[in-house]
Design a protein around this ligand. Structure first.
Ligand SMILES: N[C@@H](CCC(=O)N[C@@H](CS)C(=O)NCC(=O)O)C(=O)O
Length: 209
């Protein structure tokens, strides 16, 4: 297997942490997005979405999308389950992970990509160019405020994203919170519950990547 990564980008970091939690070894191919190494015809033939991460299997099958890659790795390495230990927990992890993707990652990406000068006409990743919309950057920042506030409320009565169980949703939330710092949205100082959870999760050796 080969894992197509970019060590500075948030989405592939979610997979790197997942791989480290599972303690599996996968050959990594580093792509420099700033240099456009994901825009080559060779990479396009593997991933027409022109995004990282990507997992390439021995038989040439390519799996794009963080969630699909993590699900596949879970299925072939079921020890130390990160997608729930029973069907109910599995559903709750899926719900939490989807919400982080929609309310957290989309908001941070909206804020970052619609404002960063180097991403003019690249307001969305992928094969199609889109102009920046400054209003979307502003809305992204507001959505991040709410995302962080909702997490603070959640951690008033929960140890992790799903009750007392560390899951792939915690990995997603951690990476999203670090991504939000790119647009100057750190965890507010007085969010003591979110700081407690962040301290616990970011101290895991897997999360140092
Ligand atoms: N929905 C995708 C998002 C992947 C994504 O946004 N990747 C970014 C890096 S964090 C990317 O490849 N960007 C390429 C670009 O900006 O052209 C997933 O979950 O894998």
């Amino acid at each position: 297997m080969k894992f197509y990564d970019c060590s500075t980008a948030p989405s592939p970091r979610r997979v790197r942490i997942f791989i480290a939690e599972k303690n599996i070894k996968i050959e990594t191919v580093e792509l420099n997005l700033m240099k456009g190494e994901h825009m080559t015809s060779d990479y396009r033939s593997k991933n027409p979405n022109l995004e990282v991460p990507l997992l390439e299997l021995e038989d040439g099958t390519t799996i794009p999308q963080v969630n699909a890659i993590c699900r596949y790795l879970e299925d072939i390495h079921p020890d130390n389950p990160l997608h729930g230990r029973d069907p109910v927990e599995g559903a709750l992890v899926e719900a939490a992970n989807t919400k982080i993707q929609l309310d957290g990652f989309m908001a941070a990406a909206e804020a970052f990509r619609n404002f960063t000068p180097g991403l003019k006409d690249r307001a969305m990743p992928g094969p199609h160019n889109y102009a920046q919309i400054p209003e979307l950057a502003k809305r992204g920042l507001l959505r991040l405020d709410n995302f962080l506030a909702d997490l603070e409320s959640h951690f008033e009565s929960n140890e992790y994203m799903v009750s007392n169980y560390f899951s792939v949703a915690d990995i997603s939330a951690l990476v999203c919170i670090d991504f939000a710092k790119w647009v100057k949205k750190p965890i507010p100082e007085d969010y003591k519950n979110l700081h407690r959870w962040y301290g616990t999760v970011s101290a895991r050796p897997s999360c140092k990547v």
